[in-house]
Every structure is written in structure tokens, then in C-alpha cells.
Design a binder for this molecule. Structure first.
Ligand SMILES: *Cc1c(COP(=O)(O)O)cnc(C)c1O
Length: 376
């Protein structure tokens, strides 16, 4: 079976260095908030091109805490509306509602699956105070248009960069476009820890300072609490492992691009719609990091069964749109045909830094041998 993502082989490739990193932490006697965290935060800020990186416990917390910090700083209030893509992973929306703000779902551009700035503009009301574009599947949202819109409408911009470590547009990386950005280092992300981890990147000194307190019980100074904060810290072991893995990220991304390029050049089945390729488009200097390679197929479930029978594991990102989730009954009245079509037709093919070209060719053959029938 060709697995969707072989995490074990990814971590095996730098096993010795990971063990050295863990050993160093074990022997240091310092496990939270030490030099490994500082080292990783400064390397990751440099990687993104931002002034600050603040490590937190996971990607959801990164988003939740930015909005929380903006409330503490008086920039946002409960009841304010936040524009968010209707086809995103649920975490982007949870971060808004967790803070007592109101998610307003915006239909994506059907070609890129990312937030459409025209639809976003149409959804603005007097209560709209922020916009939360998600760089879904490894590709930056149209940040040139979105940041211009945010400036015109006086909106805070929070990027959800959980799927797009290292992706760029106009020479600027994910994490360096908004007023702040949330990253996840969940094991299956392009930069993955050996457990949960996340971070915020920003160029705003005051925000970074507020986040450093919020993640640590609301305290800058031991036993002195400025805010009612939380415990959301990135521990030394995860930080040390992330520093090891960051060194290999760009090489791994190149490998993902090679696989994506092979899929795009050689899958030719009229029943399967490939993603619009803009990899390394020199005109807008855009680079996609292929967190997942998604195709559309009207008979998606039949395609998924056919691939499984051919020894190819696939996943669906995502089977249920947020407005059809039980947790968000109040969003169910939204009519979101683009998002609904994506959720019905999308399928993610195997993709990863250790997927061999031979296996990728087998994926292509399995896709090309799919015969669409009249039934789903
Ligand atoms: C993974 C993910 C998150 C949440 O990250 P966790 O580390 O799992 O909390 C948020 N947004 C998007 C788009 C994601 O893919």
C-alpha cells in the first residue's frame, strides 16, 4: 500500500539528530522556556522573514491567542465579525468563536480553493474588524489583494499558515503578510514536531510581548499576572526537534514539488480535475509547498475506492464543510455552493518528502486507469 503520508520514514531520515537533540535537553535539566525554545524561535522568525516568533503549544492556540491578545490590547471586542474561508479546516473558525467573535464565512476562489478577496469585500459590514485568510493546501491566499482590502477597510489580518511553511508570493513568505500569523507544527504538517507544537510570527513588538505573557498564565514576570492567561508553551524537546527538522524543510519542499510536477504532467484522466499549477510562476514569484495535492472528481468516492483497490491510500480534506458541522448549527443557513462542491469532490493524493517517484508513478497509473461510471 502506498501510504498517504509516511511520517515514520520522514523522522527516520533525521533519527540520529533527533535523538541527539532530545539527549541534549534531557541532560540539560531545563525542560520549559529555555535556550532550545529561544534558538528555534529566532531561526523560525528568520526563516519567515519576521521580527518575532512566539512558540505556543499548538496551531489552534496560535490563532486563539493572537485574537485574545488583540482583545487585551483593545483592538477587538466580543461580537466583532471576522472574515474566514468557508472551506477551511475547523480550527480557523474555532479560534474566532472561542474568543466570542463572530465567524463570517467567505466562499473561496474555485481555482485555488483559497479566500476570494472580492467575496471577502462583499461580506464586510460595520462590525467587520478582522480577516483570517488560510493558505490552504500549501499555497498562499491572494495576499496582495487581501492586504490591500484590509488596509482600505481597516481590518486586522491574521494568516492561518498551518499548511504553508515556506510558501511565498511576490518574494514574501507565509507568516510575513498579515499583522500576525499562526503556524502549526502538528506531526503531519510540512514542518512537524514529534508531538503538538505551534507558533505565532509577527513584526509587531507589542503583540509579541503580549503573546509571551498570555502563553504563560498572563505573566511576564514570575508570580505577577497582568492577564488571565493560559498555559500554552512550546517545550524544549519539541523546540530542539523542530530546529533539526527546519534544516531539512526546503529540501523536503523541493521533493514535494517534484511529486506535484509529476502528477500535474502525467495524470490525464478527463474525470479528474488537477489543481491549477502556479508553481514557481516567475511573473508573480509564487511558490506552492504542496502540503497536500488535491484533485476534484465528480465521482470522488468511486475514485477513492478505485485507488484503494489499486494500493493507493488517499484522504479527504475535508469531508464536511464547517457550516454543516453540528458544532456550528448557527452557520447552517449559509448557502455556500462553491465550498459544498469542493467538499463533495475533493481528494488528496499521496504526498510527502519521502514518497518515491516510483510510487508516485504508480499513483498516476492508478488515477489514469479510473473509469468514471454513471453512478457515484
Ligand atoms: C492543522 C491546522 C490547524 C491547527 O493546528 P493544530 O496544531 O492541530 O492545533 C489550524 N488551521 C489549519 C488550516 C490547519 O491545517
Amino acid at each position: 500500500m502506498i501510504s498517504f503520508l509516511d511520517l515514520k520514514s520522514i523522522n527516520q531520515a533525521c533519527r540520529r539528530e533527533l535523538i541527539e537533540a532530545c539527549t541534549r535537553v534531557i541532560d540539560s535539566g531545563w525542560y520549559i522556556g529555555g535556550s532550545e525554545l529561544q534558538q528555534f524561535e529566532s531561526s523560525y522568525a528568520e526563516y519567515c522573514g519576521t521580527k518575532h516568533c512566539v512558540g505556543v503549544a499548538n496551531g489552534l492556540d496560535a490563532l486563539v491567542l493572537v485574537i485574545r491578545a488583540w482583545k487585551e490590547l483593545g483592538y477587538l471586542n466580543e461580537g466583532d465579525e471576522v472574515l474566514v474561508p468557508s472551506n477551511t479546516y475547523i480550527a480557523s473558525i474555532l479560534a474566532i468563536s472561542e474568543n466570542g467573535l463572530v465567524p463570517v464565512l467567505v466562499e473561496p476562489d474555485p481555482a485555488t480553493f483559497n479566500m476570494c478577496s472580492v467575496n471577502a469585500e462583499a461580506a464586510i459590514t460595520v462590525r467587520t474588524k478582522a480577516i483570517l485568510p488560510v493558505h490552504l493546501y500549501g499555497r498562499l491566499a491572494d495576499m496582495t489583494a487581501i492586504t490591500a482590502l484590509a488596509e482600505r477597510a481597516n481590518l486586522l489580518v491574521l494568516e492561518d499558515s498551518a499548511q504553508s511553511h515556506g510558501a511565498s508570493l511576490a518574494g514574501k513568505r507565509a507568516g510575513n503578510w498579515g499583522h500576525a500569523s499562526g503556524f502549526s507544527f502538528y506531526p503531519g504538517k510540512n514542518l512537524g514536531a514529534l508531538g503538538d507544537a505551534g507558533a505565532v510570527t509577527t513584526n509587531d513588538d507589542l503583540l509579541a510581548d503580549t503573546l509571551r505573557a498570555l502563553r504563560n498564565y498572563g505573566s511576564h514576570e514570575k508570580y505577577k499576572n497582568l492577564y488571565r492567561g493560559v498555559n500554552s508553551r512550546l517545550d524544549e524537546i519539541q523546540a530542539a526537534c523542530l530546529s533539526v527538522k527546519l534544516k531539512y524543510l526546503d529540501d523536503q519542499t523541493s521533493h514535494r514539488r517534484q511529486i506535484a510536477d509529476l502528477y500535474t504532467r502525467t495524470i490525464n484522466n478527463p474525470a479528474i480535475v488537477l489543481p491549477v499549477a502556479l508553481d514557481f510562476n516567475p511573473s508573480n514569484n509564487e511558490s506552492h509547498v504542496w502540503h497536500v495535492y488535491t484533485v476534484l472528481c465528480e465521482q470522488r468516492d468511486a475514485l477513492q475506492r478505485h485507488l484503494l483497490e489499486s494500493g493507493v491510500q488517499t484522504l479527504i480534506h475535508y469531508p464536511i464543510p464547517p457550516h454543516h458541522q453540528q458544532a456550528y448549527a448557527e452557520l447552517s443557513a449559509n448557502s455556500l455552493p462553491v465550498s459544498e462542491k469542493i467538499h463533495q469532490q475533493i481528494l488528496s493524493l499521496p504526498m510527502g518528502p519521502t514518497l518515491s517517484l516510483i510510487d508516485a508513478e504508480a499513483v498516476v497509473r492508478a488515477c489514469n486507469s479510473f473509469v468514471a461510471t454513471g453512478t457515484k
